[in-house]
Each structure stands twice: as structure tokens, then as C-alpha cells.
Design a protein around this ligand. Structure first.
Ligand SMILES: Cc1ncc(COP(=O)(O)O)c(C=O)c1O
Length: 491
């Protein structure tokens, strides 16, 4: 008998049930944005796994019961990105209207594969791509698609570059002597992963060392000269606008000019930093975007969209189309200009949710200037932390923030003990202290930060992704870290 289930699923469409979900979200916003409670969870992964370790439910339960459990068992120990003391990874405190739009996107369930499955979604995606391409300095022939994030965007762009270098690769494979990809050593792992996954072999990737955490342009030049002299072909040069570790911008003007002169494909991984284009004072490096042939740009990072909302753009839409070059006449349809309207021909995915709806909504809600002000505010908060660290002798900054990311270290109780004049034992002690500090601070729950390794040494790292984080929170972070460090040092 199906009647009982049909009745239940119709009842679930009611406003009352919808409101019970909305109330969970609103309660979560309210409880976390004020900065009360734990930022994350003190519980171990084993403990959490045990909480959910149960037999597959055979029978259904009322929505209200499951919602109660959702709040008790799931939300309680989730990471609270709305908490102003969350300064961890590049996951945003998502803009509320973006969150509310999630239920609309789910309800409409449009698939962006073909426009007949998403008539308004496809039209809107083309329009949003047009807006973003224009911001990037691309002309009328540009194109792109939303992606699941920066990893897919980078992969897609590299696939397009591979197709330009090896037009037969889709049919014939890459052969015994595939071309090389040159990238900054600090590039996101998505880049080296793509080099491997595209069949080139990771050894065809050539990392260029950094100077001040940016791709060293002089070394790039000598490397490109050497490859040319050795008769090696180059598929792409990859630069980063907003690196994962330090938020630094590679010198896109200089790198772009070199690529333009040599006819090389420049791909810019701007997953993190391209949103700076919205700022009243965009990072100067972004002027060089005009030289790029492809660009990864994640609205789910500095435009504060909820996951997932990534994007890849190519200066020439045909580069993207040729990368997939799949004939499916039963499926894909062209417009009047014979340009294919269906986004499925330029996307890795077939069924694809209409994340563009929430992006379109957010752009209308705040405008490019509002989103730009949010970007600037997040960068300003990173600068406040930098200034606060400059005033404290037991911390050191590793770099000036170019965006919303900052790496720093705790130097121990004796100021200056982290400098190069200290003994190897001291260096090891401070390294161990910084490693332990982050773990203990996060576990205690009043704040949450990340860590990375710079020049072989462990460092503390913050990413400002929550507009609610203020100067007071920045000082609270340093006070909290100092307190924890004291506890460790006095053991
Ligand atoms: C510079 C850069 N590129 C790419 C990525 C990957 O993006 P996603 O996690 O959305 O796949 C990241 C994520 O941290 C990043 O910082």
C-alpha cells in the first residue's frame, strides 16, 4: 500500500513543515552569530562515528522527531562558521539569502545539463557568466560554467589547455611525450592533481619556487627558456590569484606578458582571490587577468556563497566547448548563432544543480559594490590581526596580508626566541609548541584556526571568512593562544 506514504509526502510540502526546517536554520544563525558556545567540537571522530553507528532504519519517523535529533546530534558538534571566532579554513559564513535559496534550488531541482531541463536556470547562468567574464576583463566571446568548486574549475581549465595543445587527446590519448605544465610551488594541490589525472603524469609538472610566497618570475623565465632550448613543449603556465597558504597574488602582469610573448596558455587559479575584482580597490595583480586564457573563480569563497558555487571562465568559449567535444545531437541544442546554449557541453557534469540561482540572488541583494565591501572588510580584519601581532613580542607575522589570510607564529615566552639566531633545539621546541598550540586551542572551543607549513616550519594560519569577526575577536584570539601556550610551556 502506497497511500500512507503519499499522504505523508504531501503533508511534508506544507508551510508548517517548511517552517520547522527554517526555524532550525534561524536558531542556528542566532545562536552562533553572537559568538556564544563552542566553535567546533571537542569530541573525537570515533566518538562522533559511534553516535551515528546504527542499523539502516526500516520505517520512517515524524519530521519533528528527526528535526529534534538533527539539532541535538548534528548541529551541536558541527563547525559553526557563523561564530565570529571561527577563523579557520576557506569555508564561508554563508550569506543568509544564499542559505535560504538552497531550499528553492532543491525544490525546483533544475538540471543545468540542457536548457530544456532548466529554461530559466540556463538563461541566468549565461547572464551571470557574462557579468563575471566582463569583470575579469574578458570580451564578448568568453564563456564558462559553474562548477562544484575550485578543484573542478582548475581541472576543467587544464582540460581545455590540454585540448589546445593536443587536439586528438580525447580520442588518442596523450602519447609518449606529453607537454609540460609550469606552476608556482604554492599552487593548490588541485593543479598537480589535474596534471596527473589528465594523463600527462605528475612528472610533467614543473614547480617554480616562490619569492615572498609568490611565483618567482625570474625563475619562471629561465625555466621557460631552458624548456624551449631542450625542445620541450608547454601546455600551460598556472599562476595563482590568492594562494591557499598566504592569500598572496602572483605577479599576473609580468607572468601574463611572458605568456603572451611566447604564445603560452596562462591559466589563473583565482578560486580565492578573483573576488577582489569586486573591491573598490581591486588587488593590482588582477590587472594581469586580461592575459589569462582561463580562470578559476569560486563564489563560495570570498563572495560568501554557501557550498557549492565554483566557476570556470575561458576568454574564448570555444576553448571550453572543444575540451569536451562530445557529440550528443539528441541532447545538446544550439541557439540562433549556432552557439550551443546547453551548458552540459562545456561542463564536466551532466546533471548539475542550479547553484547559479543563489549566486544571482546574492548579486542582486548586495550588488557588486556590497559584495566588494564585504571582501574589503574581510581583508581589513586580517590586517587588524597583522597589526595586533606587530604589537606583541611573543608572536611574529610571516608576511603582510594581501587578502584575508595571514600566517604567523608563536615565539615562546622569551621574545625573539624564534629568530634565526636561536639554537636548533630552540627552533625544534618552538615548532613543537606551535603544532601543539593549534590543536589545544581548537579543542578548547573558544576559537578555531588552521595551520600550515611555510619554508619547512609549522605556522599558525587564519582565514577571515566571517564578516562578524571584529578587532575585539582578533585580540581574543591572541589572548586565547597566549593563555594556551603558557599552559603548555609551564608543564
Ligand atoms: C587557490 C585555491 N584553488 C583551488 C582550491 C580548491 O577549491 P575547492 O575546495 O572549492 O575545490 C582552493 C581551496 O582551498 C584554493 O585555495
Amino acid at each position: 500500500m502506497i497511500d500512507d506514504i503519499l499522504a505523508e509526502l504531501e503533508a511534508d510540502t506544507s508551510l508548517e513543515v517548511g517552517e520547522s526546517f527554517a526555524r532550525v536554520t534561524a536558531r542556528y544563525f542566532e545562536a552562533t552569530r553572537s559568538g556564544e558556545g563552542q566553535v567546533s567540537t571537542p569530541r573525537s571522530t570515533d566518538e562522533l562515528a559511534r553516535r551515528f553507528d546504527e542499523e539502516l532504519p526500516r520505517d520512517g519517523r515524524p519530521v519533528s522527531e528527526i528535526i529534534e535529533r538533527l539539532e541535538r546530534d548534528v548541529l551541536s558538534d558541527a563547525n559553526k562558521y557563523y561564530h565570529p571566532m571561527y577563523m579557520g579554513h576557506q569555508t564561508s559564513a554563508p550569506l543568509p539569502v544564499g542559505v535560504w535559496m538552497e531550499s528553492v534550488i532543491g525544490a525546483l531541482n533544475q538540471s543545468l545539463a540542457v536548457s530544456e531541463m532548466s529554461p530559466t536556470g540556463t538563461a541566468i547562468e549565461h547572464q551571470v557568466i557574462k557579468w563575471m567574464s566582463k569583470l575579469a576583463g574578458y570580451g564578448a566571446g568568453a564563456g564558462g560554467t559553474l562548477t562544484s568548486g575550485g578543484t573542478e574549475a582548475n581541472f576543467t581549465a587544464m582540460l581545455a589547455a590540454r585540448n589546445a595543445a593536443l587536439p586528438d587527446a580525447l580520442e588518442e590519448g596523450v602519447g609518449a611525450d606529453p607537454p609540460f605544465v609550469v606552476y608556482g610551488e604554492h599552487a593548490h594541490y588541485a593543479v598537480t592533481r589535474a596534471i596527473g589525472q589528465l594523463g600527462l603524469g605528475k612528472r610533467r609538472g614543473i614547480p617554480i619556487p616562490s619569492r615572498d610566497y609568490k611565483l618567482d618570475v625570474d625563475v619562471l623565465l629561465t625555466t621557460l627558456d631552458r624548456l624551449r632550448d631542450e625542445g620541450k613543449s608547454i601546455m600551460a603556465v598556472v599562476a595563482t590569484a590568492g594562494t591557499t597558504a598566504t592569500g598572496s597574488f602572483d605577479d599576473l602582469e609580468a607572468i601574463g606578458a611572458i605568456c603572451a610573448e611566447r604564445g603560452l596558455w596562462l591559466h589563473v587559479d583565482g578560486a580565492q582571490g578573483t573576488s577582489g575584482l569586486l573591491s573598490a580597490n581591486p588587488p593590482r595583480a588582477l590587472n594581469g587577468l586580461k592575459h589569462s586564457r582561463s580562470l578559476a573563480w569560486d563564489p563560495h569563497k570570498m563572495m560568501l556563497l554557501p557550498l557549492a558555487a565554483g566557476m570556470v571562465l575561458t576568454r574564448d568559449e570555444r576553448d571550453l566547448d572543444r575540451a569536451f567535444a562530445q557529440q550528443a545531437p539528441y541532447l545538446f541544442h544550439s541557439g540562433k548563432s549556432s552557439r550551443v546554449i546547453d551548458q552540459g557541453i562545456r561542463s564536466f557534469q551532466c546533471s548539475r544543480r542550479a547553484d547559479v540561482f543563489k549566486l544571482w540572488f546574492v548579486i542582486q541583494r548586495f550588488g557588486s559594490s556590497g559584495l566588494g565591501r564585504l571582501y574589503d572588510h574581510l581583508c581589513h580584519t586580517a590586517r587588524l590581526l597583522y597589526d595586533a601581532i606587530e604589537e606583541r613580542s611573543n608572536f611574529e607575522n610571516l608576511h603582510e596580508p594581501e587578502s584575508n589570510i595571514l600566517c604567523f607564529r608563536y615565539l615562546g615566552r622569551n621574545p625573539g626566541s624564534g629568530t634565526s639566531t636561536t639554537s636548533a633545539a630552540d627552533v625544534e621546541r618552538i615548532d613543537a609548541l606551535n603544532r601543539e598550540l593549534r590543536a589545544r586551542y581548537n579543542k578548547e572551543g573558544s576559537g578555531w584556526i588552521t595551520a600550515t607549513v611555510l619554508s619547512g616550519r609549522p605556522v599558525l594560519r587564519v582565514t577571515m571568512m566571517n564578516p562578524r569577526t571584529s578587532g575585539a575577536h582578533v585580540h581574543a584570539l591572541l589572548d586565547g593562544l597566549t593563555q594556551k601556550a603558557k599552559e603548555i610551556e609551564s608543564r
